[in-house]
Ligand binder design. Sequence first.
Ligand code: 17E
Ligand code: FE2
Length: 440
Amino acid sequence: MALDLILRQGRLVSQRGAAGFPGHPDSSEVDDSSEVDSEVDRVDIGIEGNRIVAIAPHLDLIASQEIVLNGQWVSPPFVESHIHLDSALTAGEPRWNQSGTLFEGIEIWRERKQALTQADVEARAIAVLKQMAAQGVLFVRSHADVSEPSLTALKGLLAVREQVRDWLTLQVVAFPQDGIYGDAQTEQQMEEALRLGADGVGGIPHYELTREDGVRSLQRIFELAQTYDRLIDIHCDEIDDDQSRFLEVVAALTLRTGLGARVSASHTTAFGSYNNAYALKLMGILQRTNLNFIANPLINITLQGRTDTYPKRRGLTRIKELWQHGLNVSLGHDCIQDPWYSLGTGNMLEVAHMAIHASQMTGLAEINACYDMITVNGARTLNLEDRYGIAVGKPANLIVLDAESPYDALRRRATVTHVIAQGKPLVETTPPRSQWLSRV
Ligand code: 17E
Ligand code: FE2
């Protein structure tokens, strides 16, 4: 039998947490003395069509194309669990965010989005997705602002979802940036977005006009998700206010509806400001829910803490403690060059690198957990189930890194040398190499 593609002599680093609960400290991973890569194997990976059909130390088969990896490490692709593709690449339009706050960002975006066209949204979104895929990201969840009656951002991103379908899986969440009850129309626009095919229902309870509106918005979001059978991903408590407590409402609704892992709470930065007595009680409730948590360390650490002088808060949710309590945490960029954040390159290793620093997850098991947060945990957040991972029978999505292990990849933010998307090579990158010219 001739296969379509064989990757020869790749190394698979078995993520021990991945079989059960990824990154869960109940697994042997918490022991910092354990080796990172005790289960390293050199294998050939056979691909037919868009599936992995064989994995073995040596495949005695031929293929139309072979790539020899010489022991390079093969990983499942990166998962971007939270980005706003509709506003990406608009930094400085019409002006720069001078205060650096979430709220000035929302004001600037309100001005910029008046000029949106579907072509403008599509061109910027595709440019960013190509930038990300070139660095190993093949699964992306994007929010699409549905606060404008035209629904241009949403329609643009739904069109992009189809255009990239052969090489990247895009989920689109209907996100009411200005609040569901900020005006009389947004609630209907949310529903229209779901009819048009949005994958998820979004929300922003901490930005609704009152606490009661915030709670009501969450009730409506859960109703809509049940009616239309969609996922939920809420921008929740993205503020340093220790009184912003919508996460407990999300938890209660998740328990009562039984929606569990179909629900994600994004940002939850106020959790970093809650007093420890409340945080401890809340953590116990969260453990009963199966909720997913998405942190955006690059943006959280720059947007939050802006009203503090010194000491200054990090403005990040309790990433380490959520992980220690067995909850699923994944990471996203949130922004790439937009009114909220002018930097960003689409490299998930930068996102995890920031999480390691800002959450002080510097132990080896903790560093490995941060790698899980940009891979397997993200797949869980996106409800990808058996569509993700390297095993016979799964779709052939995988990346090759110029690194020995997750730790090595994160430390050096290593180059992704090969990206294989749905069975076909998509991108190849040669790592930079310095050449010494004298004095050595
Ligand atoms: N909108 C919002 O409410 N929060 C954010 N972090 C971004 C957009 C980027
Ligand atoms: Fe966001």
